[in-house]
Each structure stands twice: as structure tokens, then as C-alpha cells.
Design a protein around this ligand. Structure first.
Ligand code: FE2
Length: 315
């Protein structure tokens, strides 16, 4: 039985910029209902279903995305959608108005779209750590002050592979322990009663800070949970360099941005060079696994152009 304390519903604060911002700053998370256009999400859902059916993971004639049991090597099958869905979602006026209120600035949407499909994980065992996937996105993206907007693409109940956040953890700094395997946030770091979840409905959006700990919950159902998360950075904050690699010279990577500018950034042993999967980090001397001429990348650089994070960008 998965029984997590329900999230505080902040929907009534929409339209009151100061109150929304205050709640976001206090909690590091905002649960808002009825924000996303259900027709848009229904359209996205069909796209997801197409991508899942293409890999034989669901039977496309059945409405419920019941997992066929087939195993795929594709890390996130619905990422095949590229930016198709992302482009429409980040255009939504209601979502943009909310983000503007929270940031007190324009949101800059960064082209990271995580199209998640949460596979069934089997029955939940007595005493199982249901928050074992706990992490902070900020740990893997140093310097990127983004806010994450997580939304269900299909209704999902708390006990069917939902999603949880731990409000307030954004004030505790990085909770990951680099001395343990996988750099996990150790069990016990976040009290069990700090977690919040919901029976999410299409239209809902859960907005949270880059340091707010979160996790997918176990999915003892037989259906694949579909969700999307997109990210925005306030216009006043440092922005990542996004584009195609023009050239690599030792540890200097020159990127041609979408504005057709050439920007050179410097990678060092301190740079987290990340592939999306498999983890862990890529050593500096294998930089060219990610940065090779023509490769699409995203680099978060400090003012002196030293890179904190270099990641592949699929779009
Ligand atoms: Fe995450």
C-alpha cells in the first residue's frame, strides 16, 4: 500500500503573483490543478502511445497503456518525440503566466524534455523504501538554476507509479553523498513524513525547484505511467550554451549556438560530462564521446567560460 501525505493544492493562488512566489520560495514546490489544456495533453498522450506501440511496449488498440512485458534497450522510448510535444507545452499561456509570477521575470525554456514512461515495478514489499529514487536535479546540473514542471500525460493515482516531492529540501543544499555508490541521497536524510504526492489528473502541474528532492514512486499496476517534465530558467539567471559542436581543441569546445554565434567553453576534470544513459560521468579524456563536431550539446559555463556540466542535447 502506497500512502503518502497529499500535496498542498496551491491552485487558489493562481493570479496572485506575490502569494505564488512566496509559496514557491517557502516550499520549493507548487501543486497546481487545471493548468494544462486537456486537449493538448490528450494530443501528447497519443504521441506517447505511438512511441510506446512502435517499440511493442503497449497494444495500441487498448486505451489503457498496459505493459506488454516486452523489454526495450531504449532508455526513454517516448524521447523519440524530440521537441514536438515540448514546443507546444512551453507555449501554453497559463503555464507561462505562472512561471513569470514565480520568477518575477520571463521564463527561458531550455530544450530538455523528459518524456517518462514508468514501467510496472511489481508488488510493493513490506518495508520497501518507496522513495529509493530520491534525488535533486541540481546535483547533476550545477549552475543551472532551473525550475521543473512535471505533468501527468494520463491520470495516475498515488498507488500506480505516481511521483513524490519533499517540500523544503530545496533549502538544505545538496543532499547527495558522493562517498556512497551512485552518489545517492542516503536513506534517512529526508524524513519519511516529509514526502508529498497526489492522485494526479491531466491538467495538473507540479512545479519544483532544482534542489527540491523528488522521486518516482513504485508502480505496482500493470500500466505504464506517462509523464512529461520541462524546465525553465529565469531570464536574469545564467543560461546554458546550447548548440552544435563546431570544433574541439584539447579541452576547449567551440559551440555554434542557435543564433549562429561561436562560443568557446573550457572543460576540466571538474566538469561533469554526462551522457544521459548509462550513468556515471564520462572522464575528461573521453570528452569526444559527447563533444564531437556536429554533436548537439548543452554546456553550463561560469563567467570565465569554465564548464560545470556538459551534456548531450538530443534536440
Ligand atoms: Fe529528477
Amino acid at each position: 500500500m502506497i500512502d503518502v501525505t497529499p500535496l498542498t493544492d496551491s491552485t487558489s493562488l493562481i493570479g496572485d503573483a506575490a502569494a505564488l512566489r512566496q509559496r514557491y520560495e517557502d516550499e520549493g514546490a507548487l501543486y497546481l490543478r487545471g493548468v494544462m489544456d486537456p486537449e493538448l495533453i490528450a494530443w501528447a498522450r497519443e504521441k506517447y502511445r505511438g512511441a510506446l506501440a512502435d517499440e511493442g511496449l503497449i497494444d495500441p488498440v487498448v486505451e489503457a497503456p498496459v505493459w506488454t512485458g516486452r523489454v526495450t534497450k531504449t532508455w526513454r522510448p517516448c524521447d523519440a518525440l524530440g521537441t514536438t510535444v515540448w514546443h507546444e507545452v512551453v507555449k501554453q499561456p497559463e503555464l507561462n503566466a505562472i512561471m513569470r509570477d514565480i520568477f518575477d521575470a520571463e521564463p527561458v525554456w531550455i530544450p530538455i524534455a523528459a518524456h517518462r514512461s514508468g514501467f510496472p515495478t511489481g508488488p510493493v514489499a513490506e518495508g520497501q523504501d518507496i522513495f529509493s529514487g530520491r534525488h535533486q536535479d541540481g546535483f547533476y546540473n550545477e549552475g543551472m538554476l532551473f525550475t521543473i514542471c512535471w505533468m501527468p500525460i494520463r491520470d495516475v493515482d498515488m498507488d500506480s507509479g505516481s511521483f513524490a516531492v519533499a517540500p523544503g529540501t530545496h533549502k538544505r543544499g545538496i543532499l547527495h553523498d558522493t562517498s556512497v555508490e551512485g552518489n545517492a541521497i542516503p536513506f534517512g536524510t529526508i524524513p519519511e513524513d516529509a514526502w508529498r504526492s497526489a492522485d494526479f489528473r491531466v491538467g495538473d502541474v507540479l512545479i519544483f525547484n532544482y534542489l527540491t528532492a523528488h522521486t518516482a514512486l513504485p508502480n505496482p499496476s500493470d500500466e505504464i505511467r506517462m509523464s512529461l517534465d520541462v524546465r525553465a530558467i529565469p531570464a536574469w539567471a545564467p543560461q546554458p550554451v546550447i548548440g552544435a559542436v563546431d570544433s574541439v581543441d584539447g579541452t576547449d569546445v567551440t559551440i555554434r549556438t542557435e543564433d549562429d554565434e561561436l562560443v568557446t567553453v573550457h572543460v576540466s576534470d571538474e566538469t561533469l560530462i554526462r551522457d544521459m544513459n548509462p550513468w556515471p560521468r564520462i572522464p575528461t579524456n573521453e570528452l569526444e564521446r559527447i563533444a564531437y563536431p556536429g554533436a548537439h550539446v548543452m554546456a553550463m559555463a561560469r563567467e570565465d567560460r569554465s564548464v560545470t556540466v556538459l551534456r548531450r542535447n538530443f534536440y
